[in-house]
Ligand binder design. Sequence first.
Ligand code: PHE
Length: 452
Amino acid sequence: MTTGNDSKQRGFWNSRFGFILAASGSAVGLGNIWKFPYIVGENGGGAFVLIYILCTIAVGLPIMLAEFTIGRKTNLNPVGAFQTLKPNSYWVGIGYMGVLAGFFILSFYGVVGGWTLAYVFKSFTQAISNFASPQEAGQFFDSFIANTWESLFYHALFMGVCVGIVLRGVHSGIERACEILMPTLVIFLILLMFRSLTLPGAMEGVEFYLKPDFSKIGPQTILIALGQAFFSLSLGMGCMLTYGSYLPEDENLTSATVYVVIFDTMIALLVGMVIFPAVFAMGLEPAEGPSLVFSVLPAVFVGIPFGNFISIVFFILLAIAAITSGISLLEVVSAYFIDQRGWSRKKAVVITSTIIFVFGIPSALSFGVLSDAKLFGMNFFDHIDNIASNYLLPLGGMLTAIFVGWVWGTKSAEEEIEKHETIFHWGHIWGFLIRYISPVAVLLVFLAKFFP
Ligand code: PHE
């Protein structure tokens, strides 16, 4: 559906609601449900959560609006967008970095997405909710991800599903999938939260999660919180820019931004309220790492009425949440080849997804045959995640903020935001955040990390 730079050829969202849902669909994903709880667990709980929220509001929110604005202004992919706004300059580098980040992220995201699909199937056949103990659930998970062929198979399956949707283009595929998923996911999380909070011993987990202990915070933890804010909001790599590029002009960008940020943050915080009470109630370790959610959740389902049915539905929702984010990653990489290289949508999607899958193979094997192949204490999977989430995204976000604040200019951006007589009430605050706070915050975190 999307060929060339002719905007008539590109897809457009069907409705305002559809766009907000699709952008939320990109934002809400494994970042909220799988990654957020385990890095909160690894980084000491409450204080980390506070810093995360701060990064989201002061840095994430203004940058999301900046990305939407550039996208709608240019109707292009990240590379084309920066090229159009500042022709023949190095700023186009932000676009290339974004495409590269999308490539890296999808390569390991697809692996975890595969785990969620596997759990959908396994909960049909092996009763995921019937483990005798949380330890048993953990062992089951560990032996599953160590299995070479199974991990590769589900990784491929996840990529295949994303390809199928992205091939159908912007709104017929992406928008429709998100419309049903998002509301259902919220309802489920609220139900599970009540379940978790009523387990004996749950309050200890609530305390860990909500009571800040700043002694555990250093430059490295702040960098991780910042990286997580970017990752969770799909920022710093032109993903929201690309989604904004499919927006018609009469869309109110500011309120869309606020909705997406609130929705994404609310889901992450809710997931924490499901996971940590359960972790403590069951005597598990919060710093378990990437397997945390997969070993805790099945244990939450044990002993609740219709537990198995609920676990099936929940893993389906989790898989769909992963897919709606996976497709946004694939869309960015493909949109570059479609817009800039003139490839057909089919060619772009099939070729890029195949290369991403192959590049993801060592990540898929990082918990099995390659688990001992470590460099600086991290396996391949962790390295790719670390490079993309903690370096490429914050750097991309910082450069985007500088670009909009100082190069393209907040004036031009505000003109775009105010099209169709939209009133931008907090324009001054936004201008200040995007010119000073966002870039300086990221820079300080990098400096503190490299020159402690
Ligand atoms: N935000 C997605 C999540 O939380 C991941 C993602 C990152 C998607 C970057 C697109 C771009 O799962």
